[in-house]
Design a protein around this ligand. Structure first.
Ligand SMILES: O=c1ccn([C@@H]2O[C@H](COP(=O)(O)O)[C@@H](O)[C@H]2O)c(=O)[nH]1
Length: 618
Protein backbone atom coordinates (compact mmCIF):
# COMPACT_ATOMS: atom_id res chain seq x y z
CA UNK A 1 0.00 0.00 0.00
CA UNK A 2 2.88 2.34 0.80
CA UNK A 3 4.31 1.71 -2.70
CA UNK A 4 0.99 2.73 -4.23
CA UNK A 5 1.00 5.87 -2.07
CA UNK A 6 4.56 6.81 -2.90
CA UNK A 7 4.11 6.30 -6.65
CA UNK A 8 0.99 8.43 -6.78
CA UNK A 9 2.59 11.09 -4.63
CA UNK A 10 5.78 11.38 -6.64
CA UNK A 11 4.00 11.44 -9.99
CA UNK A 12 1.84 14.35 -8.93
CA UNK A 13 4.25 16.36 -6.81
CA UNK A 14 6.05 18.18 -9.66
CA UNK A 15 2.72 18.95 -11.35
CA UNK A 16 1.50 20.50 -8.12
CA UNK A 17 4.62 22.57 -7.55
CA UNK A 18 4.67 24.04 -11.05
CA UNK A 19 0.97 24.96 -10.75
CA UNK A 20 1.77 26.63 -7.44
CA UNK A 21 4.62 28.63 -8.90
CA UNK A 22 2.42 29.99 -11.66
CA UNK A 23 -0.28 31.02 -9.24
CA UNK A 24 1.62 32.70 -6.45
CA UNK A 25 2.45 36.33 -6.97
CA UNK A 26 3.94 37.19 -3.60
CA UNK A 27 6.93 35.41 -2.20
CA UNK A 28 7.91 36.39 1.32
CA UNK A 29 11.47 36.06 2.51
CA UNK A 30 12.26 33.73 5.39
CA UNK A 31 12.88 36.83 7.51
CA UNK A 32 9.18 37.69 7.28
CA UNK A 33 7.90 34.34 8.41
CA UNK A 34 10.53 32.93 10.67
CA UNK A 35 12.10 33.95 13.99
CA UNK A 36 15.46 32.57 12.90
CA UNK A 37 16.89 33.21 9.46
CA UNK A 38 20.17 33.71 7.63
CA UNK A 39 21.39 36.77 5.68
CA UNK A 40 20.76 36.56 1.96
CA UNK A 41 24.33 37.67 1.24
CA UNK A 42 25.96 35.69 4.06
CA UNK A 43 24.22 32.37 4.73
CA UNK A 44 26.51 31.71 7.71
CA UNK A 45 25.18 34.75 9.56
CA UNK A 46 22.21 33.85 11.77
CA UNK A 47 19.58 36.50 12.60
CA UNK A 48 16.95 36.20 15.27
CA UNK A 49 13.91 38.42 15.42
CA UNK A 50 13.28 40.27 18.68
CA UNK A 51 12.65 37.47 21.16
CA UNK A 52 9.14 36.84 22.41
CA UNK A 53 8.53 36.66 26.13
CA UNK A 54 10.01 33.41 27.30
CA UNK A 55 9.75 32.46 30.95
CA UNK A 56 13.03 31.18 32.38
CA UNK A 57 13.25 27.88 34.28
CA UNK A 58 12.09 27.89 37.87
CA UNK A 59 15.15 26.18 39.36
CA UNK A 60 18.50 24.52 38.72
CA UNK A 61 18.69 20.91 37.57
CA UNK A 62 19.46 18.14 40.06
CA UNK A 63 22.53 16.25 38.99
CA UNK A 64 23.27 12.62 39.93
CA UNK A 65 26.09 10.16 39.27
CA UNK A 66 24.55 9.33 35.92
CA UNK A 67 22.50 11.93 34.03
CA UNK A 68 20.60 11.69 30.79
CA UNK A 69 19.38 14.22 28.24
CA UNK A 70 16.50 12.69 26.28
CA UNK A 71 14.80 13.57 23.00
CA UNK A 72 11.96 11.74 21.28
CA UNK A 73 9.51 12.23 18.40
CA UNK A 74 11.54 15.09 16.94
CA UNK A 75 9.74 14.61 13.58
CA UNK A 76 11.92 17.11 11.74
CA UNK A 77 11.41 20.06 14.14
CA UNK A 78 15.11 20.80 13.94
CA UNK A 79 14.68 24.53 13.38
CA UNK A 80 12.47 24.64 16.46
CA UNK A 81 9.08 26.33 16.60
CA UNK A 82 9.36 29.66 14.86
CA UNK A 83 5.84 31.12 15.19
CA UNK A 84 5.20 33.96 17.60
CA UNK A 85 1.76 32.83 18.90
CA UNK A 86 1.99 31.55 22.46
CA UNK A 87 3.20 28.91 23.43
CA UNK A 88 5.37 28.44 20.32
CA UNK A 89 8.29 30.64 21.49
CA UNK A 90 8.75 28.21 24.44
CA UNK A 91 10.06 25.74 21.86
CA UNK A 92 12.04 28.12 19.64
CA UNK A 93 15.51 26.64 20.10
CA UNK A 94 17.06 25.18 16.97
CA UNK A 95 18.88 21.85 16.87
CA UNK A 96 22.05 23.95 16.59
CA UNK A 97 21.15 25.62 19.91
CA UNK A 98 20.44 22.17 21.34
CA UNK A 99 23.86 20.99 20.15
CA UNK A 100 25.55 23.94 21.94
CA UNK A 101 23.52 23.11 25.06
CA UNK A 102 24.56 19.44 25.00
CA UNK A 103 28.19 20.36 24.51
CA UNK A 104 28.20 22.75 27.50
CA UNK A 105 26.31 20.24 29.64
CA UNK A 106 28.96 17.61 28.82
CA UNK A 107 31.61 20.08 30.05
CA UNK A 108 29.65 20.65 33.26
CA UNK A 109 29.33 16.88 33.75
CA UNK A 110 33.11 16.54 33.30
CA UNK A 111 33.76 19.23 35.89
CA UNK A 112 31.38 17.55 38.32
CA UNK A 113 33.00 14.17 37.66
CA UNK A 114 29.70 12.55 36.64
CA UNK A 115 28.30 10.88 33.53
CA UNK A 116 25.99 12.54 31.02
CA UNK A 117 24.39 10.47 28.26
CA UNK A 118 22.35 11.71 25.28
CA UNK A 119 19.54 9.38 24.15
CA UNK A 120 16.83 9.54 21.47
CA UNK A 121 13.71 7.36 21.32
CA UNK A 122 12.89 7.61 17.61
CA UNK A 123 10.43 9.07 15.09
CA UNK A 124 12.75 11.31 13.11
CA UNK A 125 10.57 11.15 9.98
CA UNK A 126 7.36 12.95 9.00
CA UNK A 127 6.56 16.34 10.42
CA UNK A 128 8.12 19.44 8.88
CA UNK A 129 9.41 20.74 5.56
CA UNK A 130 12.93 19.78 6.59
CA UNK A 131 11.92 16.11 6.56
CA UNK A 132 9.06 16.11 4.04
CA UNK A 133 9.85 19.04 1.70
CA UNK A 134 12.35 17.11 -0.40
CA UNK A 135 12.21 17.45 -4.21
CA UNK A 136 10.72 14.62 -6.36
CA UNK A 137 12.85 11.49 -6.19
CA UNK A 138 14.20 12.40 -2.74
CA UNK A 139 13.81 10.46 0.48
CA UNK A 140 11.98 11.65 3.58
CA UNK A 141 14.33 12.93 6.33
CA UNK A 142 17.47 11.94 4.42
CA UNK A 143 18.91 15.49 4.53
CA UNK A 144 17.67 16.49 8.00
CA UNK A 145 19.09 13.28 9.45
CA UNK A 146 22.57 14.50 8.48
CA UNK A 147 22.17 17.25 11.09
CA UNK A 148 20.75 14.89 13.69
CA UNK A 149 23.86 12.75 13.26
CA UNK A 150 26.09 15.69 14.22
CA UNK A 151 25.04 15.34 17.86
CA UNK A 152 26.94 13.00 20.19
CA UNK A 153 24.07 10.58 20.81
CA UNK A 154 25.08 7.68 23.06
CA UNK A 155 21.98 5.58 22.25
CA UNK A 156 19.21 5.95 19.68
CA UNK A 157 16.30 3.74 18.80
CA UNK A 158 13.80 3.30 16.00
CA UNK A 159 10.24 4.70 15.90
CA UNK A 160 7.20 3.60 13.92
CA UNK A 161 7.66 6.57 11.55
CA UNK A 162 10.93 5.03 10.40
CA UNK A 163 8.89 2.02 9.15
CA UNK A 164 5.89 3.40 7.21
CA UNK A 165 7.83 3.54 3.92
CA UNK A 166 10.42 0.87 3.05
CA UNK A 167 12.71 3.32 1.23
CA UNK A 168 12.95 5.46 4.36
CA UNK A 169 13.95 2.42 6.44
CA UNK A 170 16.50 1.41 3.84
CA UNK A 171 17.89 4.95 3.82
CA UNK A 172 18.43 5.00 7.58
CA UNK A 173 19.95 1.50 7.35
CA UNK A 174 22.43 2.60 4.68
CA UNK A 175 23.12 6.22 5.54
CA UNK A 176 22.14 7.12 9.11
CA UNK A 177 22.74 4.13 11.36
CA UNK A 178 26.39 3.59 10.31
CA UNK A 179 27.22 7.03 11.78
CA UNK A 180 26.46 5.85 15.32
CA UNK A 181 28.98 3.01 15.67
CA UNK A 182 26.60 0.35 16.93
CA UNK A 183 24.53 2.62 19.20
CA UNK A 184 21.38 2.81 17.00
CA UNK A 185 19.26 0.03 18.48
CA UNK A 186 16.36 -1.93 17.05
CA UNK A 187 15.99 -4.93 19.34
CA UNK A 188 12.76 -6.06 17.66
CA UNK A 189 12.68 -4.42 14.20
CA UNK A 190 14.11 -5.99 11.05
CA UNK A 191 14.54 -5.22 7.36
CA UNK A 192 14.81 -7.38 4.26
CA UNK A 193 17.61 -5.94 2.17
CA UNK A 194 17.14 -5.58 -1.61
CA UNK A 195 17.99 -8.77 -3.48
CA UNK A 196 17.83 -10.93 -0.34
CA UNK A 197 15.08 -13.04 1.18
CA UNK A 198 15.95 -13.18 4.89
CA UNK A 199 15.71 -10.35 7.39
CA UNK A 200 18.39 -8.56 9.39
CA UNK A 201 18.15 -6.19 12.35
CA UNK A 202 17.82 -2.60 11.14
CA UNK A 203 20.21 -1.32 13.79
CA UNK A 204 21.99 -3.28 16.51
CA UNK A 205 19.92 -5.50 18.78
CA UNK A 206 21.70 -4.20 21.89
CA UNK A 207 24.76 -2.24 22.96
CA UNK A 208 27.09 -2.75 25.91
CA UNK A 209 29.39 0.17 26.61
CA UNK A 210 31.39 1.94 29.29
CA UNK A 211 30.54 5.52 30.22
CA UNK A 212 33.18 8.27 30.57
CA UNK A 213 33.37 7.46 34.25
CA UNK A 214 33.77 3.75 33.60
CA UNK A 215 30.24 2.52 34.35
CA UNK A 216 29.01 -0.47 32.33
CA UNK A 217 25.71 0.12 30.55
CA UNK A 218 23.58 -2.48 28.78
CA UNK A 219 21.20 -0.77 26.35
CA UNK A 220 18.23 -2.11 24.35
CA UNK A 221 15.97 -0.36 21.80
CA UNK A 222 12.39 -1.63 21.84
CA UNK A 223 9.51 -0.69 19.54
CA UNK A 224 5.88 -1.20 20.59
CA UNK A 225 3.85 -3.91 18.82
CA UNK A 226 3.55 -1.86 15.63
CA UNK A 227 1.80 -3.53 12.72
CA UNK A 228 1.46 -0.61 10.29
CA UNK A 229 4.98 -1.13 8.93
CA UNK A 230 5.71 -1.36 5.22
CA UNK A 231 6.46 -4.57 3.33
CA UNK A 232 10.13 -5.49 3.68
CA UNK A 233 10.25 -4.55 7.36
CA UNK A 234 9.07 -6.50 10.38
CA UNK A 235 8.45 -5.92 14.08
CA UNK A 236 8.66 -8.70 16.65
CA UNK A 237 6.15 -8.63 19.49
CA UNK A 238 7.64 -7.50 22.79
CA UNK A 239 6.52 -10.76 24.49
CA UNK A 240 8.49 -12.74 21.92
CA UNK A 241 11.53 -10.47 22.07
CA UNK A 242 12.11 -11.23 25.76
CA UNK A 243 12.12 -14.99 25.07
CA UNK A 244 14.88 -14.72 22.45
CA UNK A 245 18.06 -16.66 23.45
CA UNK A 246 20.17 -13.62 22.45
CA UNK A 247 18.10 -11.38 24.77
CA UNK A 248 18.48 -13.77 27.71
CA UNK A 249 22.21 -14.00 27.07
CA UNK A 250 22.64 -10.20 26.81
CA UNK A 251 20.92 -9.51 30.12
CA UNK A 252 22.81 -12.25 32.02
CA UNK A 253 25.77 -10.08 32.91
CA UNK A 254 25.06 -7.34 35.47
CA UNK A 255 25.87 -3.79 34.31
CA UNK A 256 25.85 -0.62 36.45
CA UNK A 257 22.69 0.39 34.58
CA UNK A 258 20.17 -1.09 32.15
CA UNK A 259 19.22 1.65 29.69
CA UNK A 260 16.02 0.76 27.86
CA UNK A 261 15.39 3.25 25.09
CA UNK A 262 12.24 2.53 23.19
CA UNK A 263 9.43 3.84 21.11
CA UNK A 264 6.73 2.85 23.54
CA UNK A 265 4.80 4.91 26.10
CA UNK A 266 5.97 4.58 29.68
CA UNK A 267 2.46 3.79 30.94
CA UNK A 268 -0.15 1.29 29.73
CA UNK A 269 2.13 -0.55 27.30
CA UNK A 270 4.64 -3.38 27.23
CA UNK A 271 7.54 -1.90 29.22
CA UNK A 272 6.69 -4.15 32.20
CA UNK A 273 7.32 -7.18 29.96
CA UNK A 274 10.92 -6.09 29.34
CA UNK A 275 11.36 -4.76 32.87
CA UNK A 276 10.14 -8.01 34.49
CA UNK A 277 12.39 -10.11 32.26
CA UNK A 278 15.39 -8.14 33.52
CA UNK A 279 14.20 -8.00 37.14
CA UNK A 280 13.85 -11.79 37.16
CA UNK A 281 17.63 -11.96 36.76
CA UNK A 282 18.74 -8.71 38.45
CA UNK A 283 16.40 -7.71 41.29
CA UNK A 284 18.44 -4.64 42.27
CA UNK A 285 20.19 -3.29 39.19
CA UNK A 286 19.04 0.24 38.28
CA UNK A 287 16.84 0.32 35.17
CA UNK A 288 16.15 3.53 33.24
CA UNK A 289 13.38 3.47 30.64
CA UNK A 290 13.24 6.25 28.02
CA UNK A 291 10.00 5.95 26.09
CA UNK A 292 7.80 7.85 23.74
CA UNK A 293 4.17 8.80 24.17
CA UNK A 294 1.91 7.10 21.71
CA UNK A 295 -1.66 7.34 22.75
CA UNK A 296 -3.60 4.17 23.36
CA UNK A 297 -5.22 4.94 20.06
CA UNK A 298 -2.03 4.27 18.19
CA UNK A 299 -1.66 0.89 19.78
CA UNK A 300 -5.15 0.15 18.62
CA UNK A 301 -4.65 2.05 15.39
CA UNK A 302 -3.37 -0.85 13.45
CA UNK A 303 -6.74 -2.37 13.66
CA UNK A 304 -8.24 1.04 14.22
CA UNK A 305 -6.36 3.76 12.37
CA UNK A 306 -7.11 6.68 14.62
CA UNK A 307 -5.29 9.62 16.05
CA UNK A 308 -1.92 8.97 17.62
CA UNK A 309 -1.24 12.52 18.65
CA UNK A 310 -0.76 12.18 22.34
CA UNK A 311 2.99 12.63 22.61
CA UNK A 312 3.16 14.11 26.06
CA UNK A 313 5.49 14.51 28.97
CA UNK A 314 5.20 11.58 31.38
CA UNK A 315 7.07 9.71 34.06
CA UNK A 316 6.48 6.64 36.18
CA UNK A 317 8.47 4.25 38.36
CA UNK A 318 8.04 0.50 37.98
CA UNK A 319 9.91 0.09 41.28
CA UNK A 320 12.10 2.16 43.58
CA UNK A 321 15.25 1.32 41.60
CA UNK A 322 13.90 2.33 38.23
CA UNK A 323 12.50 5.39 36.50
CA UNK A 324 10.61 5.64 33.16
CA UNK A 325 10.59 8.98 31.36
CA UNK A 326 8.96 10.15 28.15
CA UNK A 327 10.01 13.51 26.87
CA UNK A 328 7.21 14.90 24.73
CA UNK A 329 7.31 15.52 21.01
CA UNK A 330 8.27 17.91 18.17
CA UNK A 331 11.24 19.41 20.09
CA UNK A 332 8.73 20.88 22.55
CA UNK A 333 10.50 19.08 25.36
CA UNK A 334 14.02 18.04 26.24
CA UNK A 335 13.95 15.43 28.99
CA UNK A 336 16.37 15.31 31.93
CA UNK A 337 16.88 12.34 34.21
CA UNK A 338 19.43 11.89 36.98
CA UNK A 339 20.22 8.96 39.26
CA UNK A 340 22.41 8.68 42.35
CA UNK A 341 23.68 5.13 42.18
CA UNK A 342 24.59 2.85 45.07
CA UNK A 343 26.35 -0.51 45.37
CA UNK A 344 23.23 -2.52 44.43
CA UNK A 345 23.53 -4.53 47.64
CA UNK A 346 20.25 -3.59 49.34
CA UNK A 347 16.74 -3.02 48.12
CA UNK A 348 16.75 0.71 48.88
CA UNK A 349 15.17 3.32 46.64
CA UNK A 350 17.54 5.05 44.27
CA UNK A 351 17.31 8.85 44.18
CA UNK A 352 16.06 9.65 40.70
CA UNK A 353 14.97 13.05 39.40
CA UNK A 354 13.35 14.02 36.14
CA UNK A 355 12.69 17.37 34.48
CA UNK A 356 10.92 18.49 31.28
CA UNK A 357 12.81 21.40 29.75
CA UNK A 358 11.28 23.89 27.30
CA UNK A 359 13.82 23.85 24.46
CA UNK A 360 14.68 27.52 23.97
CA UNK A 361 17.82 29.60 24.35
CA UNK A 362 16.65 31.08 27.68
CA UNK A 363 16.40 27.56 29.15
CA UNK A 364 19.67 26.45 27.60
CA UNK A 365 21.59 29.51 28.81
CA UNK A 366 20.05 29.29 32.29
CA UNK A 367 21.14 25.69 32.81
CA UNK A 368 24.62 26.20 31.38
CA UNK A 369 25.10 29.52 33.18
CA UNK A 370 26.04 31.22 29.90
CA UNK A 371 24.81 34.28 28.03
CA UNK A 372 24.00 35.24 24.43
CA UNK A 373 27.63 36.19 23.93
CA UNK A 374 29.23 32.92 25.01
CA UNK A 375 26.51 30.28 24.50
CA UNK A 376 26.91 29.29 20.82
CA UNK A 377 29.48 26.69 19.86
CA UNK A 378 30.84 26.71 16.32
CA UNK A 379 29.27 23.31 15.58
CA UNK A 380 25.95 24.55 17.01
CA UNK A 381 26.03 27.60 14.75
CA UNK A 382 26.97 25.52 11.73
CA UNK A 383 24.03 23.15 12.40
CA UNK A 384 21.62 26.10 12.47
CA UNK A 385 23.02 27.69 9.30
CA UNK A 386 23.04 24.26 7.62
CA UNK A 387 19.37 23.74 8.51
CA UNK A 388 18.50 27.21 7.21
CA UNK A 389 20.32 26.40 3.98
CA UNK A 390 18.33 23.17 3.72
CA UNK A 391 15.09 25.13 4.25
CA UNK A 392 16.13 27.42 1.42
CA UNK A 393 17.09 24.51 -0.85
CA UNK A 394 13.67 22.95 -0.24
CA UNK A 395 11.98 26.32 -0.86
CA UNK A 396 10.20 26.11 2.49
CA UNK A 397 9.46 29.85 2.58
CA UNK A 398 7.24 29.53 -0.49
CA UNK A 399 3.93 31.20 0.45
CA UNK A 400 0.53 29.86 -0.60
CA UNK A 401 -1.54 32.60 1.03
CA UNK A 402 -2.20 34.32 4.33
CA UNK A 403 -4.12 32.39 6.97
CA UNK A 404 -6.75 34.68 8.49
CA UNK A 405 -6.58 33.19 12.00
CA UNK A 406 -5.06 30.41 14.11
CA UNK A 407 -6.51 26.92 13.56
CA UNK A 408 -5.56 24.41 16.25
CA UNK A 409 -5.77 20.65 16.55
CA UNK A 410 -6.51 20.45 20.26
CA UNK A 411 -7.08 23.93 21.62
CA UNK A 412 -10.37 24.38 19.73
CA UNK A 413 -13.19 21.84 19.80
CA UNK A 414 -13.90 19.74 16.72
CA UNK A 415 -15.89 20.74 14.77
CA UNK A 416 -15.51 24.50 15.10
CA UNK A 417 -14.28 27.51 13.18
CA UNK A 418 -10.91 27.42 14.89
CA UNK A 419 -10.40 23.66 14.51
CA UNK A 420 -7.57 22.67 12.16
CA UNK A 421 -9.46 19.41 11.51
CA UNK A 422 -12.60 21.30 10.46
CA UNK A 423 -10.53 23.55 8.19
CA UNK A 424 -8.93 20.47 6.64
CA UNK A 425 -11.88 18.15 6.13
CA UNK A 426 -14.79 20.56 5.63
CA UNK A 427 -13.02 23.27 3.64
CA UNK A 428 -9.60 22.36 2.25
CA UNK A 429 -10.10 18.77 1.14
CA UNK A 430 -13.49 19.24 -0.61
CA UNK A 431 -12.07 22.31 -2.39
CA UNK A 432 -8.79 20.66 -3.45
CA UNK A 433 -10.41 17.38 -4.58
CA UNK A 434 -12.96 19.25 -6.71
CA UNK A 435 -10.23 20.89 -8.82
CA UNK A 436 -10.75 19.56 -12.39
CA UNK A 437 -12.30 16.37 -11.08
CA UNK A 438 -14.39 14.33 -13.57
CA UNK A 439 -16.41 12.99 -10.59
CA UNK A 440 -17.64 16.49 -9.66
CA UNK A 441 -21.21 15.71 -10.76
CA UNK A 442 -21.57 12.95 -8.18
CA UNK A 443 -22.05 14.03 -4.53
CA UNK A 444 -19.36 12.80 -2.16
CA UNK A 445 -18.73 12.17 1.53
CA UNK A 446 -15.05 12.34 2.51
CA UNK A 447 -13.57 10.51 5.50
CA UNK A 448 -10.07 10.99 6.93
CA UNK A 449 -8.29 9.78 10.03
CA UNK A 450 -7.72 12.70 12.39
CA UNK A 451 -4.16 11.41 12.92
CA UNK A 452 -3.41 12.44 9.34
CA UNK A 453 -3.22 16.06 10.57
CA UNK A 454 -0.29 16.73 12.85
CA UNK A 455 -0.05 20.37 13.80
CA UNK A 456 -1.80 23.73 14.07
CA UNK A 457 -2.03 26.38 11.34
CA UNK A 458 -1.15 29.88 12.56
CA UNK A 459 -2.47 33.18 11.28
CA UNK A 460 -0.24 35.00 8.76
CA UNK A 461 1.82 33.83 5.78
CA UNK A 462 1.14 30.13 5.15
CA UNK A 463 4.36 28.63 3.82
CA UNK A 464 5.37 25.30 2.33
CA UNK A 465 6.89 24.52 5.73
CA UNK A 466 3.59 25.32 7.46
CA UNK A 467 1.73 23.11 5.00
CA UNK A 468 4.00 20.12 5.58
CA UNK A 469 4.01 20.72 9.32
CA UNK A 470 0.22 20.62 9.50
CA UNK A 471 -0.19 17.82 6.99
CA UNK A 472 2.99 15.92 6.06
CA UNK A 473 1.70 12.68 4.53
CA UNK A 474 1.66 12.24 0.76
CA UNK A 475 -1.29 9.80 0.87
CA UNK A 476 -3.66 9.75 -2.14
CA UNK A 477 -7.46 9.85 -1.92
CA UNK A 478 -9.46 6.84 -3.12
CA UNK A 479 -13.22 6.38 -3.52
CA UNK A 480 -15.85 3.69 -3.71
CA UNK A 481 -18.71 4.72 -6.01
CA UNK A 482 -22.45 4.22 -5.50
CA UNK A 483 -22.53 3.93 -1.72
CA UNK A 484 -25.86 5.16 -0.31
CA UNK A 485 -25.29 8.29 1.76
CA UNK A 486 -26.84 6.64 4.85
CA UNK A 487 -24.21 3.86 4.67
CA UNK A 488 -21.36 6.31 4.18
CA UNK A 489 -22.44 8.09 7.36
CA UNK A 490 -22.70 4.77 9.18
CA UNK A 491 -19.13 3.96 8.14
CA UNK A 492 -17.95 7.12 9.90
CA UNK A 493 -19.92 6.26 13.04
CA UNK A 494 -18.63 2.69 12.96
CA UNK A 495 -15.01 3.83 12.59
CA UNK A 496 -15.40 6.13 15.59
CA UNK A 497 -16.89 3.38 17.75
CA UNK A 498 -14.58 2.59 20.71
CA UNK A 499 -13.00 -0.65 19.54
CA UNK A 500 -11.55 -2.13 22.73
CA UNK A 501 -11.70 -1.63 26.44
CA UNK A 502 -8.39 0.21 26.09
CA UNK A 503 -9.85 2.85 23.90
CA UNK A 504 -10.10 5.71 26.32
CA UNK A 505 -11.33 8.35 23.92
CA UNK A 506 -14.01 10.38 25.60
CA UNK A 507 -14.59 12.49 22.56
CA UNK A 508 -17.81 14.36 22.97
CA UNK A 509 -17.16 15.20 26.60
CA UNK A 510 -15.80 18.60 25.70
CA UNK A 511 -12.59 20.12 26.93
CA UNK A 512 -10.51 18.22 29.40
CA UNK A 513 -9.87 20.15 32.59
CA UNK A 514 -7.49 23.04 32.32
CA UNK A 515 -5.50 23.52 35.47
CA UNK A 516 -6.06 26.95 36.98
CA UNK A 517 -2.71 28.67 37.27
CA UNK A 518 -1.27 32.00 38.19
CA UNK A 519 -2.61 34.44 35.62
CA UNK A 520 0.89 35.86 35.10
CA UNK A 521 2.16 32.53 33.83
CA UNK A 522 2.81 32.07 30.13
CA UNK A 523 0.99 29.30 28.30
CA UNK A 524 2.68 25.94 27.98
CA UNK A 525 2.87 22.43 29.35
CA UNK A 526 1.49 21.74 32.81
CA UNK A 527 2.39 18.12 33.49
CA UNK A 528 0.79 15.70 35.91
CA UNK A 529 2.81 12.50 35.96
CA UNK A 530 3.37 9.70 38.46
CA UNK A 531 6.85 10.64 39.66
CA UNK A 532 7.56 12.58 42.84
CA UNK A 533 7.61 16.38 42.77
CA UNK A 534 7.10 18.77 39.91
CA UNK A 535 8.50 17.75 36.52
CA UNK A 536 8.10 20.92 34.46
CA UNK A 537 11.24 23.02 34.39
CA UNK A 538 9.29 26.21 33.61
CA UNK A 539 5.99 27.07 35.24
CA UNK A 540 3.13 27.68 32.80
CA UNK A 541 -0.59 28.06 32.55
CA UNK A 542 -2.03 25.04 30.70
CA UNK A 543 -3.46 25.29 27.21
CA UNK A 544 -7.01 24.10 26.61
CA UNK A 545 -7.09 20.53 25.29
CA UNK A 546 -10.09 19.07 23.50
CA UNK A 547 -10.44 15.40 22.69
CA UNK A 548 -10.65 14.45 19.05
CA UNK A 549 -12.57 11.74 17.24
CA UNK A 550 -10.43 9.15 15.47
CA UNK A 551 -12.12 9.89 12.14
CA UNK A 552 -13.50 13.09 10.66
CA UNK A 553 -15.66 13.84 7.63
CA UNK A 554 -16.74 16.48 5.17
CA UNK A 555 -20.26 17.88 5.55
CA UNK A 556 -22.74 15.34 4.11
CA UNK A 557 -24.12 16.39 0.70
CA UNK A 558 -27.64 17.76 0.62
CA UNK A 559 -29.26 14.66 -0.92
CA UNK A 560 -31.60 11.94 0.36
CA UNK A 561 -30.15 9.19 2.55
CA UNK A 562 -30.58 6.61 -0.22
CA UNK A 563 -28.76 8.63 -2.91
CA UNK A 564 -25.70 6.78 -4.21
CA UNK A 565 -22.65 8.92 -3.57
CA UNK A 566 -18.86 8.60 -3.85
CA UNK A 567 -17.42 7.49 -0.53
CA UNK A 568 -14.00 9.17 -0.59
CA UNK A 569 -11.22 8.39 1.90
CA UNK A 570 -7.49 8.58 2.39
CA UNK A 571 -5.92 5.45 0.94
CA UNK A 572 -4.07 4.92 4.25
CA UNK A 573 -7.37 3.98 5.92
CA UNK A 574 -8.72 1.85 3.05
CA UNK A 575 -8.63 -1.50 4.92
CA UNK A 576 -10.68 -0.06 7.79
CA UNK A 577 -13.17 1.68 5.53
CA UNK A 578 -13.76 -1.51 3.55
CA UNK A 579 -14.06 -3.64 6.69
CA UNK A 580 -16.52 -1.16 8.09
CA UNK A 581 -18.58 -0.99 4.91
CA UNK A 582 -18.78 -4.79 4.92
CA UNK A 583 -19.86 -4.84 8.53
CA UNK A 584 -22.73 -2.37 8.16
CA UNK A 585 -24.37 -3.86 5.04
CA UNK A 586 -24.66 -7.35 3.54
CA UNK A 587 -25.77 -6.58 -0.03
CA UNK A 588 -22.26 -6.52 -1.44
CA UNK A 589 -18.85 -7.71 -0.25
CA UNK A 590 -16.47 -4.87 -0.92
CA UNK A 591 -12.76 -5.38 -1.55
CA UNK A 592 -9.77 -3.27 -2.47
CA UNK A 593 -10.71 -3.75 -6.13
CA UNK A 594 -13.77 -1.50 -5.57
CA UNK A 595 -11.58 1.44 -4.51
CA UNK A 596 -10.22 3.75 -7.21
CA UNK A 597 -8.00 6.81 -7.15
CA UNK A 598 -10.25 9.86 -6.77
CA UNK A 599 -7.95 12.74 -7.66
CA UNK A 600 -4.31 13.47 -8.46
CA UNK A 601 -4.28 15.72 -5.37
CA UNK A 602 -2.67 14.04 -2.37
CA UNK A 603 -3.16 14.70 1.32
CA UNK A 604 -0.25 17.08 1.89
CA UNK A 605 -1.34 19.31 -0.99
CA UNK A 606 -4.95 19.98 0.04
CA UNK A 607 -4.27 22.90 2.40
CA UNK A 608 -1.88 24.43 -0.17
CA UNK A 609 -4.52 24.46 -2.91
CA UNK A 610 -7.06 25.83 -0.45
CA UNK A 611 -4.71 28.62 0.66
CA UNK A 612 -4.12 29.62 -2.96
CA UNK A 613 -7.84 29.68 -3.63
CA UNK A 614 -9.01 31.34 -0.42
CA UNK A 615 -6.13 33.02 1.41
CA UNK A 616 -4.35 34.66 -1.46
CA UNK A 617 -6.60 37.62 -1.96
CA UNK A 618 -5.80 41.31 -1.37
O1 LIG B 1 0.83 7.67 5.92
C1 LIG B 1 0.40 7.83 7.08
C2 LIG B 1 1.12 7.41 8.21
C3 LIG B 1 0.60 7.63 9.48
N1 LIG B 1 -0.59 8.25 9.62
C4 LIG B 1 -1.11 8.55 10.99
O2 LIG B 1 -0.12 9.21 11.73
C5 LIG B 1 -0.29 8.94 13.11
C6 LIG B 1 1.05 8.50 13.69
O3 LIG B 1 1.03 8.72 15.05
P1 LIG B 1 2.36 8.88 15.89
O4 LIG B 1 1.90 8.96 17.31
O5 LIG B 1 3.07 10.10 15.41
O6 LIG B 1 3.20 7.69 15.64
C7 LIG B 1 -1.33 7.87 13.24
O7 LIG B 1 -2.52 8.45 13.66
C8 LIG B 1 -1.48 7.35 11.80
O8 LIG B 1 -2.78 6.98 11.58
C9 LIG B 1 -1.30 8.66 8.51
O9 LIG B 1 -2.39 9.24 8.65
N2 LIG B 1 -0.79 8.44 7.26
Amino acid sequence: MAGKRLQAANAKKSLFLSAMKKTIAVIYSLAVISAVYACDDDPTHIHRRAPAIITPPSRQLDWGDINIIHTTDTHGWLLGHQKTSSPEPNYSGTFGDFSSFVSHMKDIADKKGVDLLLVDSGDLHDGTGLTDGFPPGGIDAHDSNEFFAKLPYDVLTIGNHELYVYNNTLDIYNNFIPKFNGRYLSSNANITLPGTSGTVPIGNRWAKFKTQKGRNVTALGVLFDFTGNDKGTSVQKVEDLVKEPWFLEVIKEEPALFLLAGHMPVQKDKWPVVFNAIRAVHPLTPIVILGDAHSNFLIIIHSHLGSGHSHIRDCTQLDGRSMSLQSGRYMETVGWLSAKLDDNKANKNITFTRRYLDPNRVTYEYHTNLTETDFDTSIGKSITTGLLALAKKFNLDFIYGTAPRDYTLNQDPYPSEGSALTLFIEDAVPYALALSNPRNNTPNFIIANSGSQRFDVYSGPFSKNDLLTASPYADPFFYIPSVPLSQAKQVLADLNKPSTANDLSDYGNGASPVKAADSNDTLGYVTHDSCPGDGDDTVHKALAQYNLPHYISSKPPNVSEQTPIDLVFINFIEPRVIASLNSIQKVKVYSSADAHQYSPVVLNQALGYYAIGHWNKD
